[in-house]
Design a protein around this ligand. Structure first.
Ligand SMILES: *[C@@H]1O[C@H](CO)[C@@H](O)[C@H](O)[C@H]1NC(C)=O
Length: 326
């Protein structure tokens, strides 16, 4: 009898542990994270610099111990190196998954551009991935990193970061297909002091939708140092390709806290029910921070303010027990 009782106790304890997780999800090599939930699995990508890896698990806790699978390496000199910020997006029109990432030539970051891989099937994990295309911007085919996809109704937009003089800015282009875009428009320049710590930077855009409203959350300031933080734009006009349609909020939305410094380069993903939005981001364990593999991947839920705007809270303490998304 006692034996059964102890077994039961262990089972209950295990299920309690299994229903939650503690950060970080990746203690190192956790930079520029992105997560998508599909058909029972979370898929996580981060920057590894030399290849593209996917980690998958049925729970967030499971992502901590799952073995990543290397799905892409490339010796083509124009895109061999500095593979940054891969994001996995479903493109319904093409009926395939695409991974958008930044890459360039060896020994310099000056030739970084956006590239896309295409899945061989609708299954992210079982697919083989083939090189689809470089995303060439017709009116401004220069340095372009951190591409993400913004979807409004049936129209897709590519949002990314590019240099304009001494400013690293956000740009948007309409997507004609998963791999071709129209002319680009600049929608955000670093202007506030919190966007100009160490360097004038807007990068790492991530779209978030709620209650009929659309925001682009982005990373501001130099990823090294003390300033990296998240800011946001809201689509307040009707045409996303008109810079005046985007309104920047005067203050950052997510700053250092609870032992996590320079939180940034985030992504948003839906919970299994589709009813919750979660934030995946990286943070430094020390300050000033670095732009390398020391950054850790963190995950926590997005909440909403009474005025309908997103509330990202503070970076959670590593000792917090976080419930799994539902
Ligand atoms: C998280 O759970 C562990 C194990 O039950 C516990 O020791 C710890 O105090 C919890 N952390 C917090 C912040 O409640």
């Amino acid at each position: 009898m006692l034996k059964y009782f102890l077994c039961l106790l262990i089972l209950v304890a295990q299920s309690l542990v299994a229903s939650g997780f503690q950060n970080p999800i990746k203690a190192t090599d956790g930079s520029d994270p992105f997560v998508v939930y599909h058909d029972g699995y979370y898929y996580l990508t981060t920057t590894t610099w030399t290849n593209i890896k996917i980690t998958r698990a049925t729970t967030i806790a499971g992502l901590k111990t799952a073995s990543p699978k290397t799905i892409w390496t490339d010796s083509t000199s124009s895109r061999c190196c500095n593979m940054w910020a891969p994001e996995i997006h479903w493109q319904a029109k093409e009926g395939s998954w695409y991974i958008y990432y930044s890459a360039g030539t060896s020994g310099t970051f000056d030739n970084q551009q956006t590239h896309a891989l295409k899945s061989s099937s609708t299954n992210i994990w079982d697919s083989t991935w083939s090189y689809a295309s470089r995303i060439a911007i017709p009116n401004r085919d220069v340095w372009a990193i951190d591409s993400t996809v913004l979807v409004l109704g049936t129209t897709r937009y590519l949002v990314y970061s590019s240099w304009d003089g001494s400013n690293q800015c956000l740009y948007i282009s309409k997507m004609n297909s998963a791999t071709s875009v129209g002319n680009t428009v600049k929608i955000s320049t670093p202007t506030y002091s919190w966007e100009k710590v160490g360097a004038n930077v807007n990068e790492g855009p991530a779209a978030i939708y709620h209650g009929g409203r659309t925001w682009i959350v982005y990373s501001a300031s130099n990823c090294a140092g003390t300033g990296y933080t998240l800011g946001r734009l809201e689509l307040t006009g009707s045409d996303p390709l008109n810079a005046n349609s985007w309104t920047k909020y005067a203050n950052p939305i997510f700053v250092s806290g609870n032992g996590n410094y320079q939180p940034g380069h985030n992504g948003f993903f839906l919970s299994p029910s589709g009813n919750q939005i979660w934030n995946v981001y990286h943070a430094n364990a020390v300050t000033p921070g670095t732009c390398d593999g020391q950054r850790r991947t963190m995950i926590q839920q997005v909440n909403w303010n009474s005025d309908g705007t997103p509330n990202l809270g503070s970076p959670r303490s590593l000792s917090d027990n976080v419930s799994e998304p539902v």
